[in-house]
Ligand binder design. Structure first.
Ligand code: 13P
Length: 266
């Protein structure tokens, strides 16, 4: 049976852009991609620019995402933002467990798991990040590390596991210009799909979209996105520039094979 997984390209703008700069970037992306139906495009600006970017992309196929959220719906959590607040701003997605949150803000798998459940409860689609450090890869522990992140961050989701998107972001490739080779990325994506299969069944795993993140640029996107288990990208640096981001999205548009619907993969 051939499986169709529509590619998704998300821009993680991290802690960049004022409201005016964010509007300008979103405007440029909208002009180039408003009618792009072959790829799901998601913009994840900082909280402060969600409303403005949401207004720019309103009535287009481009969707809004946040970079983090709290696991409670409301209450005395100074400085935090809840899932329902994100829905209120028309967010559809939320990035959870990014390695920068794990390493700089002490987010554990347990915290990520609570956030994932809260996001699903708020009708947001979680993009859950996993990935090993260079030290862990050099020690040959990358599969063990990634599997443990998956098992604990995605624990007890039942049927709803099928709603998750996983992003594989090797820490050593983030913001370093050093990308995983297409083979390294494919190997890990295939391993992640297998691990998800153990958690929630082969059918769920075969439908789940797995994104690659870590120095994805226009010049390496084609080779990475051509891998059978890579279903899109989570883009940092290159998402801050209209042309580079648009080129990556275009690289994700499936090439039609004769006799098959666009995007069909083995
Ligand atoms: P870079 O594309 O800048 O390496 O960042 C990747 C990332 O962390 C996306 O979440």
């Amino acid at each position: 049976m051939k499986k169709f997984r529509k590619k998704l390209v998300a821009g993680n703008w991290k802690m960049n852009k004022t409201v005016a700069d964010a509007q300008k970037l979103a405007d440029g992306i909208k002009d180039a991609l408003a009618d792009c139906r072959e790829v799901d495009v998601v913009l994840c600006p900082p909280f402060t620019a969600l409303k403005a970017v949401g207004e720019v992309i309103d009535a287009t196929s481009i969707k809004l995402g946040a970079q983090n959220m709290h696991w409670e719906a409301s209450g005395a959590y100074t400085g935090e933002i809840s899932g329902s607040m994100l829905r209120d701003l028309y967010c559809h997605y939320v990035i959870l467990g990014h390695s920068e949150r794990r390493s700089y803000f002490g987010e554990t798998n347990d915290v990520v798991n609570r956030k994932v459940k809260a996001a699903l409860g708020a009708k947001l689609i979680p993009i859950v990040c996993v990935g090993e450090t260079l030290q862990e890869r050099d020690a040959g522990r990358m599969q063990e590390v990634v599997e443990s992140q998956l098992v604990h961050s995605l624990a007890d989701l039942g049927e709803r596991l099928g709603e998750i998107i996983v992003a594989y972001e090797p820490v050593w490739a983030i913001g370093t210009g050093r990308t995983a080779s297409p083979e390294q990325a494919q190997d890990m994506h295939a391993f992640i799909r297998e691990a998800v299969g153990k958690l929630g069944g082969v059918e769920t795993a075969s439908k789940m979209r797995l994104l690659y993140g870590g120095s994805m640029k226009p010049d390496n996107a084609v080779a990475l996105l051509a891998q059978p288990d890579i279903d899109g990208g989570l883009i940092g640096g290159a998402a801050l520039e209209t042309r580079a981001f648009v080129e990556i999205v275009r690289a994700a548009i499936p090439k039609r094979e004769p006799g098959l619907p666009a995007g069909t993969v083995e």
